[in-house]
Design a protein around this ligand. Sequence first.
Ligand code: NAP
Length: 437
Amino acid sequence: MKPVRIGLIGLGAVGSQVARILTEEAESLQARAGIPLRLVKVAVRDTGKKRGFTPDSGLLTTEPFDVVNSPEVDIVVELIGGEDPAFDLAMAAARKRKGFVTANKLLLALRGAEVFSAFEKSGARLGFEAAVAGAIPIIRSIRESFSGDQVELIQGIVNGTGNYILSRMTDEGSRFEDVLKDAQALGYAEADPTLDVEGIDSAHKVAILAALAFETMVDFSDVYTEGITNITPEDIISARELGYRIKLLGVARRVDDTISLRVHPTMLPQKDLMANVDGPFNAIHILSSQAGASTLVGRGAGGGPTATAVLSDIVSMARDIASGAGARMAPLGAPVGGMDKLPVIPIDELESEYYLRFTVPDRPNVLAQIAGALGDNGISIASMIQRERKENQPVSVVLMTHNAVEADMKKSLAHIESSGICLAPTMIIRIAENGRD
Ligand SMILES: NC(=O)c1ccc[n+]([C@@H]2O[C@H](COP(=O)([O-])OP(=O)(O)OC[C@H]3O[C@@H](n4cnc5c(N)ncnc54)[C@H](OP(=O)(O)O)[C@@H]3O)[C@@H](O)[C@H]2O)c1
């Protein structure tokens, strides 16, 4: 039987594991796909580099377009990341009607509309299971397993680096900066951790999941994004005292014909399943109208786990080729051409309970000023912690509010800041009750 020929672009953390599995597990992959899979070309930047797994040197090239353009390649696997040249490689594969498998969430979040529509028009297959939450089969779950249901809410811990840092801060009482350094030394965080710790990587995944679940085009700039860099050990201790744990959550919610898209630190009740997903693990909670609540937990990053998701797309495409399946599913399930762009609810309209930490001088009337400014905007206080006083030191005042509208909260905080009593920026964390945002 003529094998399915695979061209790999990128041989880094994920690519080298894909190449290894394709080579070492060739027999079992053939049994599952019903056709042999053969790695025929591999593009890298540096052919001389030492790697965890290096395929036969005769397969290597430094020109990624050689892989897409080669008549020897049936499926292109892009594992270089970034927008350029990944976008052009994807578009070239679509034009040539080749299968294209990618783990590139940045590409699909920023240029998804063009990429999805190019593959839909050409009828070529696009696989992106590895782009969200590594080994957790979330793309297939939403596109296929929930295709008979209406997804209302997706709430996820979708960045392993962020979760690793927050988990260690929670367990050890350590500062963000110290854990980040350690995470970089251990290989859990990149040298430039911005995408992970500022919530941008999570926002990429929220954009992809929302497009898939709500069958809508999403502008990445519509995802409200806050990271974890300002969380302090004090916030973590206060959260614990109040019965919560802090997680960086990505949220995509549909409310009638509007959607809410956001990434921010969130306080989850300590008993909530997601509150206890720690270290580099990811979790995604789906609420749908028929099935109710479902949660998937697993390894969201790392070469091996991500490679399994890449392989799942390769095997699925190879099965189609082996069976001669003609009709191909649109990459997002529903055709992009017929999709509306659902309006996005501005963050100012969000209703939530809030955790607030003020750093203020230790003097009479300060608390009354804070409570007054909140009360003037209809926000009432649910509970309060005031830490032990130290002479001539600022004090932290921690408040939990009842449900409030974000715009009213911002007005109150602006008023409090303008009164000059805040000695440091005020920390604000939204609270999720019962595992819901
Ligand atoms: N690592 C993870 O845990 C993980 C998890 C989920 C998704 N992803 C996604 O998977 C993709 C790959 O990530 P990774 O961690 O494997 O990246 P990586 O370790 O940095 O590897 C990137 C690879 O791409 C090659 N490369 C880069 N630019 C190239 C170019 N212009 N032409 C040819 N080769 C080029 C590099 O070649 P050299 O080796 O010669 O420099 C390297 O082999 C990204 O989209 C990432 O977001 C990664």
